[in-house]
Write a protein that binds this ligand. Structure first.
Ligand SMILES: [Zn+2]
Ligand SMILES: [Zn+2]
Length: 190
């Protein structure tokens, strides 16, 4: 049994995390604390990875960071043994099983995919800056937490006309609207 503590740089492309949502920036430090156990069929690796992930709030789009604390455990088998330590006559035999198995190569193991899975599981799928984040105004896009009294009295007559027009267009060609709310992209001053 052996313990190893090491700081490594986060891999990039794709980012360590949930691509496009939240992740540990490429090159950022990832602190690994590993326990390596020699067992009959290979080496059992148990560990924790700690890093800081960056992303943005899904409601208000403000940047945020999340401290990642990911636990993982994986068996790295000797190349000539299956997961129960039996010698495999034909390693290509069970192609499906092999996808879930990890092997030692020249006395080394590659932790990257194990680390990636663990970090994804440890991250929120829908990160929010805070649980109560009210998000953005659906009409003008202003951040509601910073403007608690924000509201729109009534739909401006000119926008109402556009809205009616948009609905007419939508009836004709639904696919081209892309689900966008009419007027949301336009910044309304005041
Ligand atoms: Zn937010
Ligand atoms: Zn508004």
């Amino acid at each position: 049994m052996k313990r190893i503590s090491r700081s490594v740089e986060a891999p990039g492309s794709p980012v360590l995390g949930i691509d496009g949502v939240i992740g540990v920036p490429e090159g950022a430090p990832v602190q690994l604390d590993l326990r390596l156990e020699s067992v009959m069929e290979g080496v059992l690796v148990t560990g924790t990875a700690r890093a800081t992930a960056e992303g943005e709030c899904v409601r208000c789009l403000e940047p945020l960071t999340v401290e990642v604390d990911a636990d993982f455990q994986e068996m790295f088998s000797y190349p000539d043994a299956d997961d129960r330590g039996r010698p495999t006559a034909d390693p290509v035999d069970d192609a499906e099983d092999d996808e879930d198995m990890f092997f030692l190569e020249d006395g080394l193991f590659d932790l990257e995919s194990v680390l990636r899975d663990a970090v994804v599981l440890a991250l929120p799928m829908q990160p929010v800056c805070k649980e109560t984040c009210a998000g953005l105004c659906s009409e003008c896009g202003i951040r509601l937490d910073e403007n608690p009294d924000h509201h729109h009295d009534a739909v401006d007559i000119r926008w109402a006309a556009l809205q009616g027009l948009a609905e007419t267009v939508q009836d004709g060609e639904k696919d081209n609207m892309g689900g966008a709310e009419p007027g949301v992209d336009e910044k309304q001053e005041k």
